[in-house]
Design a binder for this molecule. Structure first.
Ligand SMILES: *Cc1c(COP(=O)(O)O)cnc(C)c1O
Length: 474
């Protein structure tokens, strides 16, 4: 053949790196050191550390760089710019830590680098997805025929559930959505509580339902939909409920609302991104009743369950709704009688998310999941106890699960306190706006949080309030 040979030197070097353990050791050692250092480090990088990230802004080098040097740069220059969100003093958004076995499984499965689309591509993935599906159904006490899809998080899980809902509703009206398209199809109504999560609204927008068409239902002082305020429902309606309000942690009255909705023939979806796991905790589970009436749910692994990031699941009671809505055919797929994962997610190729799900659940066991959920709640209650003793902080919500929304005497003071707490670096909390006031949000989502972390955080709150009060007085 007359073509010039590909670069042999690069090929030899890559083979050397593939076979040489030290690059991987370097990465896992740096990663593990990071975990060990986290307790004594700032929870959020300093402004200086963030500005030093500018060192990454370089031209792509012309020639290959040794993997050692590449990883070294990432570890040395990158680590100071990370947020310690898996540690015990990060309370921002709803950001879980991770269980060690889950992270180890993620590392191992990264080496496997499976394409999880189908059974033929990766038998182990199909087997584990089948097993974890069964475990989830049992943990959350769902109907036995329920299926789950492993997606990147609840944004996608919520949207995929709506995709299944839409397909299912239209199918019952004799309209094959995938063939005939949305144009001219029977109109679908969306009913949601006023405090529906932004990611659900995004999904509704992306799907073309139009956010102006959402029929919002009034909520109570904990952000729960008021059942009496529901509009008249019908069999072309999707009702979107919430298990875990991001400001209060409260759960909608699923049993009552789903009963009404099912009588009308509506589809009921529950966004339970972090809160659905409450169902698997003996002491808290009575907050979630009526899940057997629900058609679909979204829940994250990477929040409450503390799997590493990029892990959520869509749950659907109708085993055919997801595979039909997400149907994909190709002569080369070689489908089998086993689970074909591609019918449960939007992606064809994706990484093996189920590995960390499986390892996390197996490592915790049923009682460990229960303990984990309770542990997060316990430390949220501890925050309530300690903060409510400090003059100047008002907790606006009841502590249903792991969320606190805290206000100071004025919005200006609250914002200043958030800013000072963040600058202090001991912990990290975010600010928000709820029930007409600026608030500080605490979300206890990592198993690592202990009483010492709560105390250090409460001290930081006190210092910030003191300083902010002085500043605003002048
Ligand atoms: C976080 C969250 C989502 C979105 O989940 P992602 O995993 O971030 O995509 C949706 N709903 C609620 C209530 C959440 O807390």
């Amino acid at each position: 053949m007359s073509l010039p040979q590909p670069n042999q030197e690069l090929y030899k070097k890559l083979f050397h790196e593939l076979e040489n353990e030290s690059t991987y050791d370097q990465a896992t050692r740096a990663g593990h050191q990071y975990v060990l250092d986290l307790k004594a480090s700032r929870t959020y990088p300093s402004d200086e550390s963030i500005s030093e990230l500018a060192s990454f802004d370089e031209e792509l080098p012309e020639n290959s760089i040794d993997s050692h040097r590449v990883i070294n740069q990432l570890a040395t220059d990158g680590t100071p710019g990370t947020v310690g969100c898996s540690g015990g003093r990060y309370f921002g958004f709803v950001t879980g830590g991770y269980i060690p076995a889950g992270m180890a499984a993620k590392i191992l499965s990264s080496f496997w680098d499976q394409n999880t689309a189908s059974y033929v591509c990766s038998p182990i993935t199909s087997v584990l997805e089948t097993v974890v599906q069964k475990w989830i159904v049992k943990l959350l006490n769902l109907e036995p025929q329920t299926v789950v899809g492993f997606v990147s998080g609840s944004s996608v899980a919520n949207m995929i559930a709506l995709v299944a809902a839409r397909f299912h509703i239209l199918e019952k009206k004799g309209w094959d959505l995938n063939k005939r398209g949305i144009h001219g199809s029977p109109a679908i109504r969306i009913v949601a509580g006023q405090e529906v999560h932004s990611s659900v609204i995004k999904g509704i927008a992306v799907m073309g339902f139009g956010t102006d068409n959402i029929e919002y239902v009034d909520v109570d002082d904990q952000g729960r939909m008021i059942p009496d305020r529901l509009p008249r429902l019908d069999d072309q309606t999707i009702v979107i409920l919430q298990a875990g309000n991001i400001h209060s942690g409260a759960v909608d009255d699923i049993n009552t609302i789903a009963s009404i909705a099912k009588k009308a023939g509506a589809w009921v979806h529950v966004d339970g991104a972090f809160g659905l796991w409450v169902r698997s905790c003996e002491r808290l589970k009575d907050q979630i009743n009526g899940l057997e009436l629900v058609d679909s749910c979204a829940v994250d692994g990477h929040k409450t369950l503390n799997t590493p990031y990029d892990s959520g699941i869509v749950i659907c009671k109708h085993p055919q709704a997801l595979p039909k809505a997400l149907n994909i055919q190709g002569n080369y797929f070689m489908d089998t009688q086993h689970r074909e994962n591609k019918f449960y997610t939007l992606e064809l190729s994706r990484r093996m998310r189920v590995a960390e799900f499986w390892a996390t659940l197996k490592s915790l066991g049923t009682s460990g999941v229960d303990d984990l959920v309770y542990r997060l709640h316990y430390h949220a209650k501890l925050f309530e106890d300690k903060l409510s003793r400090i003059d100047g902080f008002e907790i606006l919500n009841e502590i249903w699960f792991n969320q606190l929304s805290i206000a100071c005497a004025s919005d200006e003071l609250t914002d200043e306190v958030v800013d000072l707490i963040q600058k202090d670096g001991v912990c990290w909390v975010g600010g928000s706006y709820w029930r007409g006031r600026r608030v500080i949000r605490i979300s206890v989502s990592s198993w690592q949080t202990n009483e010492e972390d709560v105390d250090a955080t409460v001290s930081s709150f006190k210092r910030a309030l003191h300083k902010a009060s002085e500043m605003i007085k002048v």
